[in-house]
Design a protein around this ligand. Structure first.
Ligand code: 5GP
Length: 209
């Protein structure tokens, strides 16, 4: 049976550790491909061009929108973020599950275009723990931390639209649970339409003999 890749959207408030979850999935399992987004935000210390993001200016980003090169894009905290189309299509065709680490507006646009996409939301154990992690990261100014906490409160309104929530308390547990949920989702009939069609045809053939 030819394996079909699925789109896996992973969202979560800034500071939830969703980046570490995604990193763990990529390191521990071969079935995944990670989509690298395009953004107009400035690189943070340690971030690399083409690894963390493709860092571009607004003009270049708007050109990409015009050329229909993005599957989705959104504006988040005054910057554009978007998912390049080509890589995602290529990896899905090759049978990999493609991970999109994106925020909620993008997640909902993906669900509209790809109804079989799996939407996962990684949550912190509590709001206080989230603030502690954001401040502890030390890469953001207090104003940015405040902005991101307000944004988290807004984003929490949309969690009900996701398929699963996964608590990131212990990172290893969270990675394992995420992988299990993805593998279970891959077994649902809606995500295996061509296999079901194939086996139905074969059954008809064999029962005729
Ligand atoms: P950060 O600036 O912390 O790297 O990312 C800010 C937010 O943008 C995060 O919630 C991240 O998941 C989201 N994001 C990153 N890439 C994309 C993208 O391509 N599309 C959308 N819609 N959101 C993205």
């Amino acid at each position: 049976m030819k394996r079909e890749g699925i789109l896996v959207v992973i969202s979560g408030f800034a500071g939830t550790g969703k980046g570490s979850v995604v990193h763990g999935l990529m390191e521990q399992y071969e079935q995944y491909a990670l989509s690298i987004s395009m953004t107009t935000r400035n690189p943070r210390p340690g971030e690399e061009e083409g690894v963390s993001y493709f860092f571009v200016d607004r003009e270049r980003f708007e050109e990409e929108i015009k050329n229909d090169g993005l599957i989705e894009y959104a504006s988040y905290c005054d910057n554009y973020y978007g998912t390049p189309k080509k890589y995602v299509q290529q990896q899905l065709q090759e049978g990999r599950d493609v991970i999109l680490e994106i925020e909620i507006q993008g997640a909902l646009k993906i669900k509209e275009q790809f109804p079989t996409a799996l939407l996962l939301f990684i949550v912190p154990p509590s709001a206080a723990e989230l603030k502690r992690r954001l401040v502890g990261r030390g890469t953001e100014t207090p104003e940015v931390v405040e902005k991101r906490m307000r944004r988290a409160a807004e984003e929490a309104e949309g969690i009900g639209q996701y398929d699963y929530i996964i608590v990131n308390d212990s990172l290893e547990d969270c990675i394992r649970k995420t992988h299990e949920v993805i593998n279970a989702a891959r077994l649902t009939p809606v995500r295996n339409e061509s296999f079901i069609k194939e086996i139905r045809n074969e059954l008809v053939e064999i029962s005729r003999k």
